[in-house]
Write a protein that binds this ligand. Sequence first.
Ligand SMILES: [Zn+2]
Ligand SMILES: [Zn+2]
Length: 455
Amino acid sequence: MPNPAQRQLPARVHLPSGTVVRLSDAAARAQAAAVLGAAEDRDGAGRALPGRCARDVQILAGPSVLADARGAPLDPLGLPLPDAHVLRALLAFAGVVPEEPGAYSCENCGAPFEVAPSSLLEIGPFTDGELDDPELDRPFDFNVPHPIPALRVGRAVCRRARLAERTVEEAMPLLRLPGDGVLRITPSVVVAMGIAALGNERRAPVIADALATAPDEAWAAIVDLYHEARYPKRLFAVHRCQACGARNDLDVPLERELERADLRAPGEDAGDRAAPGAAASGAAAFPDLDAFEARVRAAAERIYKDRGVRNIDLFIDAGVPACDDGGEPLLGCYTPGTPADELGIARPPEIRIFYRTFRAEAREDPGFDVDAEIVETIDHEVIHHLHHLAGSDPVDDEEHAQIEREQLRRVGQAEAARRARRGALSDLAGFLRVTWPAWLIAAIGTALAWCEGGR
Ligand SMILES: [Zn+2]
Ligand SMILES: [Zn+2]
């Protein structure tokens, strides 16, 4: 991975709206030096710094930084927000603006890590114009109200919010807010956020009052909705945990105009994601380990009988769940047995069920049916066992293919092909590097043989 300082801004970029723009790396760096220098002066003079988003827009607005596909100057103020945020992500990716590493903890094992997420962004689909993935590139639906947890608006209780599209210029009152201050929700912020309606209420001052006093759960949902509407789904980075291998998806860029609310309940294990308001909504408690184990064993007994299998060890693992090759924490896994070694010790095949993955899924999704998922998981692992006994496992092959397809959608087809070519070249270079003494000896041998032959 190249040092972000050595990376260039891509010269041509496809934006989510379909617009193609040109960027000048040199002009952007010159403008960034001026804007960042002025910000430092203001900071030194004790004056408030503008928000990072407004700062990035100021850089994009610099002379010759941004142009349309034909090279005519383009004013970033007119861009829809998702387009502008892609360009902001590229500024951070290329190191034109600094991005401090964010402090995170692994969603699977809780291990802390620090990383600047924009440096991990996959930019291929933006530079190659491959923004057609049905999920990652699906535009936000501005025509329908979106469900949110109940909140009081005036004298009504509302459960839906509708957002309107916003350009950079329209969102400026929000983009300008300093990131470290407390957000005061005024009518002008509501308009800048593009909250067009809460329930039937459309008046900005009433919406502002409602948001200012909204329960945490409802506010968090509105912030999530806002991010969904303004930041293309593609703007995320994948960090693989060094401790457990889990994939952690991180927002790119790190600096956003609205902070996602921290919903972690105090006193929870670091590795466990708490469901927002689970206690308040009275969701059924997840079974404790003993109850869970009893349910798993009862289900396994039935499934083993139905499938006609026996002697597969069943282990309920309450530790950090193992992950698949894509870094997703597993609900369960199957390990084939091993024949007797020289001491005559054979190991039976094993099915392992990961308690913490079940618990995390149940917290994430209130509709998660624990017993149905237990049955499905055990049955799935028994099928792996049967395929293993038969000599080949098409289910396992398909799981690997699925992980590769997912990776390809994120990296992009053209970029993946470039990497494969580079990989092949570096494999050849590596092969020559490692084997050169043998080649040298062969060459000397040939030369000697030739000399001898010439004698
Ligand atoms: Zn981890
Ligand atoms: Zn499987």
